[in-house]
Design a protein around this ligand. Structure first.
Ligand code: PEP
Ligand code: MG
Length: 325
C-alpha cells in the first residue's frame, strides 16, 4: 500500500470526477517542510508559530522571526504557506513570559486574546510576516477568534503595520491573504458575517469539537465525546462552509478531522476546499480522494444527516458506503 501511496507524490489532489482540492501539511517549524514536500504537500495549511516562541528563552525578535518565516516560505518554492499568529496560553506555556495560572486555561487567556492585550508582541510578528511575504506566497490567520470585534481589532493592527512598512515598500503585503481559524462555536455560528471580513477560513476541529462538546481535548475520561462524525457537528461544519462560500471565502480545515478517512467523503460532500494535516497522512488522503466522486459524496452527506442520529450511526454508514464505492 505504501508503494501505491508513493505514486501519489506528484499527482494533483482531485476527485475521480475532476473536482480540484488542495492537500496541505501542518507544521511546527521550518524543519518540517522537507517532510511535507517529500509527502507531496500542495503547501502548508497551518504553521503553528508558537513553537518558535516556546523553544526560545526570550521573546523572538522581529529579525529572528523574519528569518524563520522567510526560510519556510522559500523552501516551499512557490507553494502557499499559511501562518497562524501566536496561539500561546491554554496548554502552551512560554519560558520568558510566565502567564497567570488559570482554573480553566482553555477558556482563558490565550491566542488572539493575548495578542490583542499585548499588541507589541503581535505587531512584531505581523511585521516579520509582512517582510517575509516578499519571498513567497504567505497567508496569515488569527487563532481563537470569537467575536467580530476581535477580528476587526486584529485587522486594524495588521493594516497599521502594513501601512508603516509600505512607506519604504509600497507593494508590501499586497499578495497576503488574511484568514481566521474557526474553532470557537460562536464564530462558527457567526460564520456568515465573519466571512465578509476575510479571504479564508480554516476550521480548527480539535478546538471546535472540544468547545462544542464541552470536553477537554486532552482528557481521556471524556474522550468518547471527541466526535467529528456526530451529525449535529457535521451540520455545523456545513454551515461554516456554506457561509464562507456565500462570500467567496475559501474554506479550509487544519484540525485532525481533515486527515480522517471516514470524514473525507463527508467533507468533500460538504464542499470543503483545502485539507491540511500531518505530512504522514497526505498521500493516503490523496490516494483516497482520487477514487471519490463528488456528487456521490454530496448524497452521502445528505443521507448521513437525514438518517443518522449519532456518531456510530454515521461511521457505520460511511464504512458500508466505502466498501460499495
Ligand atoms: C485546532 O484547534 O483544530 C487546530 C488545528 O489548532 P491546534 O490543534 O494547534 O489548537
Ligand atoms: Mg486550535
Amino acid at each position: 500500500v505504501r508503494q501505491q501511496w508513493q505514486q501519489m507524490v506528484d499527482k494533483p489532489s482531485v476527485t475521480a470526477d475532476g473536482s480540484k482540492y488542495k492537500i496541505a501539511a501542518n507544521i511546527g517549524s521550518s524543519v518540517d517542510i522537507s517532510s511535507a514536500m517529500e509527502n507531496g504537500a500542495d503547501g502548508v495549511g497551518l504553521f503553528r508559530t508558537e513553537f518558535l516562541y516556546m523553544k526560545s528563552d526570550h521573546l523572538p525578535t522581529e529579525d529572528e522571526q523574519f528569518n524563520a518565516y522567510r526560510k519556510a516560505v522559500e523552501q516551499l518554492k512557490g507553494k502557499r504557506l499559511v501562518v497562524r499568529t501566536l496561539d500561546i496560553g491554554g496548554d502552551k506555556p512560554l519560558r520568558f513570559m510566565p502567564l497567570p495560572k488559570e482554573m480553566n486555561p482553555f477558556l482563558g487567556y490565550r491566542a488572539i486574546r493575548i495578542a490583542l492585550d499585548r499588541p507589541e508582541m503581535f505587531r512584531t510578528q505581523l511585521r516579520a510576516l509582512l517582510r517575509a511575504s516578499e519571498f513567497g506566497k504567505i497567508s496569515i490567520m488569527f487563532p481563537m477568534i470569537t467575536t467580530l470585534e476581535e477580528l476587526q481589532a486584529a485587522k486594524k493592527i495588521y493594516y497599521e503595520e502594513q501601512q508603516k512598512l509600505a512607506v519604504d515598500h509600497p507593494e508590501i503585503g499586497k499578495d497576503i491573504r488574511l484568514g481566521i481559524m474557526i474553532e470557537v462555536p460562536l464564530a462558527a455560528l457567526n460564520a456568515e458575517r465573519l466571512a465578509a471580513e476575510v479571504d479564508f477560513f480554516s476550521i480548527g476541529t480539535n478546538d471546535l469539537i472540544q468547545y462544542c462538546f464541552a470536553a477537554d481535548r486532552g482528557n481521556d475520561s471524556v474522550s468518547y465525546l471527541y466526535q467529528p462524525l456526530n451529525p449535529t457537528f457535521l451540520k455545523l461544519i456545513k454551515h461554516i462552509i456554506d457561509s464562507g462560500h456565500a462570500h467567496n471565502t475559501t474554506v479550509e480545515m487544519c484540525g485532525e478531522m481533515a486527515g480522517d478517512r471516514y470524514s473525507l467523503p463527508l467533507l468533500i460532500g460538504m464542499g470543503l476546499d483545502v485539507y491540511s494535516m500531518s505530512a504522514s497522512s497526505i498521500l493516503r488522503t490523496r490516494s483516497m480522494m482520487r477514487q471519490l466522486d463528488r456528487k456521490k459524496c454530496q448524497e452521502l452527506y445528505q443521507e448521513a444527516i437525514t438518517t443518522c442520529d449519532s456518531m456510530p450511526a454515521v461511521k457505520n454508514l460511511v464504512q458500508h458506503w466505502l466498501v460499495e464505492n
